[in-house]
Design a protein around this ligand. Sequence first.
Ligand SMILES: Nc1ncnc2c1ncn2[C@@H]1O[C@H](COP(=O)(O)OP(=O)(O)OP(=O)(O)O)[C@@H](O)[C@H]1O
Length: 839
Amino acid sequence: MAKNNLNTSTNTPGLDANRKKEIIGIIIMSIAVLLGLSIFSYNAGDYQYARSISFIDLFNPDANSRLVQNWLGPVGAYLSHYLVHSLFGYTSIILALIIGYHGWHTFRRRDFKDLGWLTVLSIWGMILLSTFIGWLTTNADFPDDSIWSGAAGIAIAQVLYNITNIGSIIILSVLMLVTMLMFVDRDLQKTIDSVKLWIENIQEKMEERRAARQLRKEEKAKEREKRLAEKRAAKAQKKSEKEEEEELKKQPISETKDEKEPVKPAPSIDELVEKSEEEDQKKREKEQSEVKTLDTRQRASLEKEEEIDDEEDDIEVSVYVGKGDEQADEKDLDKLNKEKAKEVPVIKYKFPTVDLLDPPPSEGNEVDLEEIKENKRIILDKLKRHKIEIVGINAIVGPTVTLYELEPAPDVKISKIESYSNDLKMATASKGLRMISPIPGKSAVGIEVPNTTRETVYIKQVLNTKKFVETDFVLPVAFGKTIENEVFMIDLTKMPHLLIAGATGSGKSVGINTIITCLLYKCHPDNLKFVMIDPKKIELSLYRNIQNHFLAMLPDSDEPIITDTSKAQDTLESLCKEMDERYDLLKMAMVRDIKSYNEKYKTGELDEELGHRHLPYIVVIIDELADLMMTAGKQIEEPIARLAQLARAIGIHLVVATQRPSVNVITGTIKANFPARIAYQVASKVDSRTILDQGGADQLIGMGDMLFNNGTGMIRIQNAFVSTEEVEKINSFIGQQAGYKEPFHLPIIKDDTSEIPDPLEDIDEYFEAAAKLVILHQQGSVSLLQRKLKIGYNRAGRIIDQLFNAGIVGPYQGSTARDVLIQDEDELQELLDNLDEYD
Ligand SMILES: Nc1ncnc2c1ncn2[C@@H]1O[C@H](COP(=O)(O)OP(=O)(O)OP(=O)(O)O)[C@@H](O)[C@H]1O
């Protein structure tokens, strides 16, 4: 539109906007050249002569103007005096270069977007350089009379020196270095990548050349052989003809001789070409079968939406949209959960109902065929320009991105397409463009281009699918939807720990809420406990409401959500102790994992007297590992690594998130023990590599766009969105129910170096009642206290320890209950009276 206006307003025929730009460009470049020449030919004495020239002198051929040596005469003398002498010395030449570059841009009608940054950086570089030289001139006897630095450079250097003394040269040097690096490239990673790419391209070209040379050599050799063979055949024929003649001469009446064995003719050029084509075909097939073996996952069933055929090119694009998983009936999950709750009579519990979740908007996202057509055109255009031929395109439309599967012509190297990913990114003007090369299982390259309008995946769409409702996973987590619109679900017991990273605002917290929500909708509080560590103090605070149902904590802690680093450390150590205890229990029960253990316990095969108990799964959520690592480092790293290494079989699973995926937060030890990793959008390729061991997460587009890597392959998922209101509703639904008397208690960590604790320190309020019970039953057993006092295993165990310390029961005796050392209540009273602190 603007262009049209411009054209109509210019009435001069032949001088359209573009031509004007070219003329202006040439004028600007000429000015730059003149300026450069005047600076280049600066002469210190010129200015005096130039000043003495009067107006009349300009018409006098013998006037002083003749004495001016500057190539641009008096005008040049003035210009160069101000620029070289008064301002920045010879470094002012940079000004001429900048002006010239602007002229060139105008002439080539290029975009000025990036030029602003370069101009500022160049001017800054000029001032810095002249100051640097000025410093050397004034402080290091640089052989110069300010021509190189100019008066301004010297003045700035002087001021800097007066302020920071010798520090000024260090400051200047560092600034110079940084400026130089910025000149090289604003994004150093990009530079390294492009240098790598460049080297790879050269290598590729050299290889191609070598192959071509080899081919030529082989062809020549074959030709030579062919010629030789022909010669030999001709010779042989001649010889045989001669022999025949001689024979005929010798036996003129004899019958015709036996037919001689024909000489094998040399292969023709056509045969050779055919043979080499066959060999190539075999090679290609072998390559393709190798690629196929990379496939790690099944493709979901896709529905073909449309076939777009453009008149401009003859390649049609087949558009596919995943069918999505079948939705369950609204009441299915609730019904199943009701049954499940009945099976666990320990407490009366109602699972959160599906209607607590917001219904997704009724209208789905339309597939934008125009957008697909446009992207296809851009991609093909770009590749065609680089002489890359594509023979087929599929577009798979996902909720956030569309995957274009490009099938290159047989002779095109897949790595060649990959090298143009930056070009394609610019051409499609997309924020994040990810390349998958090759697509596992296919000899095709994938290009993921973000959709202009993305579709939010709501948690209800994911939880209310048959896949989730009917799953028999123990700890099912349905993260969201894949590009094929499939619900992506894992069993945390199989994974078994998750490491999550993503820049701030990328959707980590929503992701953690999705994980917890999935588990709350599928697990009974008797089977699942959470340990929540939230140094940021806000994200997980909503879950305080469900502490008596689902949270596990240290008995002496008054905060169900751990926000303090030292408490976090204690809790992690306590979890290690719980892990060791669980291992002992599993060993005693002679089972290999928690599932078999709980089954055995349920059937009554395990004796409570020996400390056997039902073991709930424990999911430890750490939202912001960086905060903990910064303050406690090794003390936090060690228990996390231990748990991650060993806790899998005994039902303790870690979900650890951080917004700072640097190597001092995600250390080698932590990383090695978390094979399953999730990356939301991160700031750089380096961050992506820290979390996923490869790039890609830097190309994600935020708001729950994530990559999941379980060590065997990578998959892009749109995380399901669960709002804070939904989380609140679920929590208050559970929190309102009666639940257990207290949160699940983790074992107390005893300081090994300290003595046996004072028997009457932190005495339990049930101490006296417990003492009376064991005396009455003459049996010092934990399960007796658990049953009669309706308390948990840990607390009962602690009370037994206190009874032992007070001399009421005897020491631990393995499988049998402890002896009771007091005979009756009178004796007990006497003992209690003697314990003065207890009075
Ligand atoms: N799956 C999603 N679908 C749609 N929008 C989302 C999704 N996940 C996150 N968002 C949007 O992005 C915003 C930021 O998400 P979130 O708070 O989870 O980021 P974060 O990575 O936890 O950030 P921080 O580290 O600062 O807490 C949310 O308020 C929401 O609007």
